[in-house]
Design a protein around this ligand. Sequence first.
Ligand SMILES: *[C@@H]1O[C@H](CO)[C@@H](O)[C@H](O)[C@H]1NC(C)=O
Ligand SMILES: *[C@@H]1O[C@H](CO)[C@@H](O)[C@H](O)[C@H]1NC(C)=O
Ligand SMILES: *[C@@H]1O[C@H](CO)[C@@H](O)[C@H](O)[C@H]1NC(C)=O
Ligand SMILES: *[C@@H]1O[C@H](CO)[C@@H](O)[C@H](O)[C@H]1NC(C)=O
Length: 416
Amino acid sequence: MPTARQAFAFSVISLFIFFSLSDAIIENANTIRAAIANRRYPDFSYYQNLRTLSVDEFPLGDSKRRVIVVGDVHGMIKPMRALLDKVSYDEATDVLIHVGDILSKGGHGGSMDVLSYMASNNITGVRGNHDQKVIEWRGWINWIRTLPGGQRWLKEKLEKYAEAEAEGVPLERWIKREKKYDKSKWWKLVPKDWVLFGEHYKIARAMTNAQYNYLVSLPLTLYIPSAHTYIVHAGLLPSDPNYPFNHRRQPLARVPNYPPATKSGPKKLKNETLPILRGLQELAILKDVPQNTIPWDILNIRSVLNGKVTNGYTRELNITKPMKDALPCYPSTIIYGHAASRGLDVKRWSIGLDSGCVYSRRLTALILTPKSHHKTLRVQDDNMDREDGRDPTTEANNSFPFGEMGRGTIVSVSCR
Ligand SMILES: *[C@@H]1O[C@H](CO)[C@@H](O)[C@H](O)[C@H]1NC(C)=O
Ligand SMILES: *[C@@H]1O[C@H](CO)[C@@H](O)[C@H](O)[C@H]1NC(C)=O
Ligand SMILES: *[C@@H]1O[C@H](CO)[C@@H](O)[C@H](O)[C@H]1NC(C)=O
Ligand SMILES: *[C@@H]1O[C@H](CO)[C@@H](O)[C@H](O)[C@H]1NC(C)=O
């Protein structure tokens, strides 16, 4: 197995013969050195920040169509199929959207099945923190295989681990032991806190290129201007918690600078500029609230503590301040997942859909239809099921206003 130095020496010798090949090897040797010395790796994260959905991709105003948003599936393929059955999902007219964390935790086979379904149907959705780990592992595997000897090392370790696993040695303990005895550079190329051969690795290794491309295509944020709605995995903040919510640097605390002031006088707002201002303010939430520009925050936020985004639960969650009256802004709605401990959490302008399916609780779908649409439901929730087996249909008892122009209904299935 060549060391970085040997690889470098080799590349010098071959310089005259294979100019471009040797370039690649020098680059590899340098990358390896940089990775080991500074823990600097190529970018494995492939973030796509924002995707904007058109009216057709989120048809909230169309009474013949529905938008169906599902909570964190986590590889629970059977409940997912049951839920799609229960809502009579019709791919010809309905739009299906997921809030991320479609895989991991629910078993390898289930994760691969859910991924296969989502990818082959190119289902719209956002990235979750677990999806992110799988993307990063795949990027790492692709990278390590380009390094001379990388593929062989991986294969050797995997065989060794298979033996240990058969003897019942837990993965983390095996890794600790390996790192102690295997002094080659390779372990140093596994980023800190990454678990080699763990469940994210296994999914990353097993998925096809098309499935990987699908995961990479999932953005951190879906924004639907026509419905004044955002969809993210964990959450967004309406303002920077380090300043008062009405501080002038908060995007919702001032009218956006449109149209720009002219020499002849201050800008004049016309009635028809209102929708434009609203759109600008909604985009400003994404780009001017600093926490919302940090991928980790969007993928992991559960609370804000002392002005900082955390992924733990705290009681200090002042995410929705009553600012509508005080500020020149209009309400938007946010749909998210991630917070299984909090569970289904339907509020007027925020809807949390992770009802803990992977913890044997429920898998939830939010069905969105136009406000005036009476036949909201083709089904009702379990707790509405009739003993006599008659379809309880259509009177939208468990429905609620969604945004300014829609109605939402919650339907769920048991994951036991
Ligand atoms: C999946 O859908 C997106 C958004 O419409 C599109 O850009 C992309 O090309 C599609 N991918 C495939 C493989 O069809
Ligand atoms: C402003 O525009 C809205 C629709 O965009 C309209 O309903 C309203 O009547 C208008 N107001 C004035 C004062 O023109
Ligand atoms: C959050 O809101 C509660 C109740 O409105 C208040 O008592 C608390 O001080 C607030 N915390 C922060 C950090 O603003
Ligand atoms: C809605 O459901 C509640 C309890 O589940 C029931 O008390 C109420 O009568 C129902 N409302 C309608 C309009 O069916």
